[in-house]
Ligand binder design. Sequence first.
Ligand code: ADP
Ligand code: MG
Ligand code: MG
Length: 855
Amino acid sequence: MAGFVFDFDEPSGGGRELLGGKGVGLAEMTLLGLPVPAGFTITTDACRAYLQGGDVPEGLEAEVEEHVRRLEERTGRRFGDHDDPLLVSVRSGAAISMPGMMDTILNLGLNDEAAEGLAAGTENARFAYDSYRRLIQMFGEVVDGIDPHRFEDALTELKQQRGARHDTDLGADDLRELVAAYKRIYPQFPQDAREQLMRSVRAVFDSWNTPRAQVYRHANDIPDDLGTAVNVVQMVFGNKGERSGTGVAFTRDPSTGEQGVYGEFLANAQGEDVVAGIRTPQPLETMHATLPEAYAQLLETMRKLEEHYRDMQDIEFTVEDDVLYMLQTRAAKRTAAAALKAAVDMVDEGLITRDEAVTRIDPAQLDQLLHPTIDPNARLEVAGKGLNASPGAASGGIVFDADTAVERAKDGPVILVRWETTPDDIHGMIAAQGILTVHGGMTSHAAVVARGMGKPCVAGCEDLSLGDGLARIGSHELHEGDVITIDGGTGRVFVGEVPLVAPQLNEDFETVLGWADDVRRLGVRSNADTPEDAARAREFGAQGIGLCRTEHMFFGAERLPVVQEMILADTEEGRRAALEKLLPFQQGDFEGIFEAMAGLPVTIRLLDPPLHEFLPAEDQATDEKMRARIRALHEQNPMLGMRGCRLGLVYPEIYEMQVRAIARAARSVGASAVVEIMHPLVGFAEELRRLRALTERVWAEEAPDAPHHVGTMVELPRACMQAGEIAEHADFFSFGTNDLTQMTLGLSRDDAEGKFLTRYLNDGVLERNPFEVLDQAGVGGLMRIAVEGGRAAKPELKLGICGEHGGEPSSVAFCHRLGLDYVSCSPFRVPLARLAAAQAALEEAGTVQYVAAGG
Ligand code: ADP
Ligand code: MG
Ligand code: MG
């Protein structure tokens, strides 16, 4: 019977979705013949059934019992035995890794008598009672919600009494006493092994729905209905003495991608000690001297794992008496820089193809590389130094707990400063710009989570001390809200704000994006309103400007008064006189942009916003005439009012001036100006027919020989429905999906975000913010109609998108499938769009499966 439970070496017919990431890794490592303790996986099906039905599904308990019996046979030990007990861990593991979000319990199967038995059998009473006290604490915490501090306080107290610095300084008798203390804190601890097991399984299922797990899922777009698998694994013991220990390792450096082993090891400890940062672990290489055999085996195992997965792995292992056991492997979370370097190296090593390298990079992660770093030339006083746990620099006011981080982040950037972080701090880490901890190593919770989020983190900063709402670092005493800067790339901490510089794009970045350019079909342009933005966009690889807004050109200090003069004029002559003065400014702006983009197309959108935006609020008007004009221009609903091409039709002199300025700029720059004039908010073919006539007339007066194109921004549902007719007057369409989303959904972004839209997202009415991720079914459906209609009328019609969606990976992929010619996005998102477009092309070709790492 295909059931809910599978041994690691038993074919389950399911993958990651069924067995969870941890379960699949354990099964695959077992199959590869690597040293994995025996065990079995209870599937996510069982978890989903449990969460829906409120109880473990029918037959699960019997099935678990059956697999426990098989485990007993394999190991030659009995679960619940008093002399030589089989002990197991119960470990959560969802399809998508959620580090530290859910629970694990070690040493199940111990009780008062079995602890005695284990002590006698191993002749190591210290080890037996150390294992037992860990079980009571973990079980109490996870299954019965006992406050872990109560256990920790008891431990600390005992250590003080005994003058012990580390847990490992406590002897067998001390730990026996500690067990007694723990049982006073938690008298309900069940002695029966099978009861321990089933209650743990339920607790792991329940941990799927803890608030912190939910927050993490929402922050990472992980569906709420996946559920977790549960892995039951024979215990191996790193806490048996100095020839035992536990560690974590990466097959390459997760910060830089450099080759070579990279990890941490803690002698005489169980797994959770490393992550929890109870003692500061040693660099992995120290194992070479202390445990040479296990170390050699570890290196060999890591090599095999990379060869098998053809990707960088993140592993957990334990050494028991110099024998290695593998407990986990997964694709390593890595910084964008590391992802790029590892991908390029793996292509060089012949491990993966270029196409695969392109699919290995998460486009959203590229952002990290495009963020500022500390100005290397700035002369700075370093207040303290810690580990360079996650690169990037950030400044902000310090906060000492996660709730305050969320609160204060509303008013400005904050840096979360903690002794160490735990999964309960996740909301604060999301809210903060950066994370600084006193304690913990490169694989501490703070470090791992920050790297995953692409946030700067300095961990293990021992120059820092915390207490009484105060942080002391170097000679500084800092209170909540005082500003510091951290540099996660070097581990430095500065007091105050520090000058940052624009990011430097490295060679790996260029290499991978070059490979992406080789395979993508979709063009990538940028939205840019100034020559500086245009130049930056070009540096990032933009192949043109998809949207150059002209309204900002009306706002400069010398210009606004002239614009207002134009708006206040009573006659057309008055308006023309004012526009005449604006023309040279506009012409200069366009020349700058054409020069920056020489040879590449520039789509210029004529004036779009309603005129009242150029006037002050009524109570700030300078005279009665202006007040009257402001009142006259007032609209109930400006979004749907006198704006876009309506403005150009009612006041043709405005668009005439703009076209004239563009034409003159094109003429002065010469053949390298590739001009596309775009009329906004067209809903009727007749609007565009007239505006095209206006455009062509002025153009012929100014630059009769210069090539140019005229098109429209498609941002009204009617324009989509009537695309064929509109296309007759257009050389190109550009989907303005910001407005198209507002118009299609009938919701105004300004009135929705932070208000009911936010509520919708929290309540799950909507899964994604439609202003960030294109609503493919609704807005996308209209786009499809427009593409078909437009192309049917005019096969050579050029099609693009210039809404913010043009820089969002899933929306870029949609545009690829829709057959658009290009996407246009903000300059910083250009690399991301290039990569996403390439991944969409590869996915369509079916040559490579999309496998962006880090999830
Ligand atoms: P997480 O997902 O939080 O890493 P794990 O289930 O991997 O949780 O377990 C927590 C720690 O306990 C890890 O360090 C792991 O290696 C260790 N561990 C889990 N199962 C065993 C086992 N059977 N024997 C020894 N150590 C274990
Ligand atoms: Mg783990
Ligand atoms: Mg618009």
